[in-house]
Design a binder for this molecule. Structure first.
Ligand code: HCA
Ligand code: CU
Length: 400
């Protein structure tokens, strides 16, 4: 598959609802669905309508919003679930059944033979009822299933000729990128259907695994906003976007409204009562901050030297920090120019040495540096004012 054809299935309204803090109201779900659609994700996955009467109502409403994104719902491999789901008017069903020995023993007690028979029965019935619906079949806990079992099930399902997509799920977040690329690649060669990957982040590989799936030939990737989901969640939409952007910037710019990412993340963060992590891709507060003098100098000359992503594409701004001991005179000069403060290169160099010495003594703020720049430009600086500035508020804690 060429990488250009991938699609995102955002599951904030299904997997994301399984995040411990998530308790979206009907109105909030509609707002989230619209925001995701506006951002440009290709599909939305909703909680099963069998979960509660409210969930069925949510599915009915969102299916009728007239979104560009395909609205899918997630169900167990059972005819009754499928019947209720079809009644909601969604455009697609994501059917799932566990294949690992743990799930077969402790969840549904079915053998691989029985799983194949059930899947054939349910999937052909769905197709007979809804010839145009998008139908996906996925195994749960795929990466702890016996590979031979897994491929037997997928081959049998693919041969039915009724599903559009086969899903593969790293349910407990233990797969590695190499393993994902290999298994998805094998599935790709053995079957005709599209391939979806759903990966949890328990061991920190969710986004890497999603990308490995794409490299292996997957066509669809599951994400949620901020990665929320069961336990510590799945691949985060923003991080996956960052990954794909570094692969093909123009494609990702065309596909999505990138400047909407921050608003989307802020919306979800507020609704589930969390902060955006400081080191979040793209929107984390230090995602585009530059500190070391050598970096700052290069950034001022050509930002791409130390930025793989262009913050302007995402409507966020870069910040060059100069109030510390790692600062450099180019960065200080850059700040002087921003403030319209006239200092010679010699003065800037001397001031930079001074800032470094002060920063060894105490924590400086940007305001401190701005004050120094203005004092020096006005010729008011002398040892007394500078040391007053540096030592006035010094406490042992400040001096760390
Ligand atoms: C679940 C399990 C699931 C399903 C994934 C899928 C998983 O909570 O139902 O259907 O693609 O991680 O295996 O989220
Ligand atoms: Cu999951």
């Amino acid at each position: 598959m060429s990488l250009e054809q991938y699609a995102i299935i955002d599951s904030t309204l299904r997997e994301g609802e399984q995040f411990i803090n998530a308790n979206f109201t009907h109105e909030q779900k509609v707002e989230i669905a619209r925001a995701l659609d506006e951002f440009g994700v290709e599909c939305l996955e909703l909680t099963s309508p069998l979960a509660s009467p409210g969930s069925a109502e949510d599915a009915r409403t969102i299916a009728r919003l007239g979104l560009k994104a395909k609205v899918l719902t997630h169900i167990r491999c059972q005819k009754e679930d499928a019947r209720v789901a079809l009644d909601t008017g969604v455009a697609g069903l994501d059917v799932v059944i566990g294949t690992s020995s743990a799930l077969r023993r402790f969840s549904h007690s079915k053998s691989i033979e029985e799983i194949i028979d059930l899947a054939a029965d349910v999937l052909t019935w769905i197709r007979s009822q809804a010839p145009d619906i998008v139908l996906r079949f996925s195994t749960e806990d795929s990466f702890r299933s016996e590979e031979a079992d897994l491929f037997r099930v997928y081959l049998a399902v693919d041969r039915l000729g009724v599903v559009n997509r086969l899903g593969i799920a790293d349910t407990v977040g233990i797969a590695s990128p190499g393993q994902v690329a290999r298994i998805v690649g094998t599935l790709r060669r053995m079957t005709k259907a599209d391939i979806e990957f759903h990966g949890h982040n328990d061991s920190g590989c969710a986004v890497a695994n999603a990308f490995a799936a794409i490299e292996g030939g997957a066509t669809h990737i599951d994400t949620t906003v901020l990665g929320i989901g069961e336990r510590n969640g799945i691949a985060s939409l923003g991080a996956f976007i960052a990954r794909m952007y570094t692969w093909d910037r123009d494609l990702v710019r065309d596909k999505y409204h990138l400047d909407g990412l921050r608003g989307l993340e802020l919306l979800i963060a507020e609704l589930v009562g969390v902060d955006i992590p400081f080191n979040n891709c793209i929107t984390g507060y230090c995602a585009f901050t530059h500190k070391a003098g050598i970096h700052a100098k290069a950034i001022l000359n050509a930002p791409e030297t130390y930025e793989a992503l262009d913050p302007h594409d995402f409507g966020v701004t870069r910040y060059v920090s100069i109030a510390h001991r790692l600062t450099g005179w180019n960065a200080v000069k850059g700040r002087a120019d921003q403030l319209g403060v006239a200092l010679s290169t010699e003065q800037i160099k001397a001031l930079t040495l001074h800032i470094k010495a002060l920063a060894d003594e105490k924590r400086l703020t940007m305001d401190d540096v701005d004050d120094l720049l203005r004092l020096w430009a006005n010729g008011h600086h002398d040892a007394a004012t500078d040391s007053a500035l540096s030592l006035a508020e010094e406490t042992p804690a400040d001096a760390q």
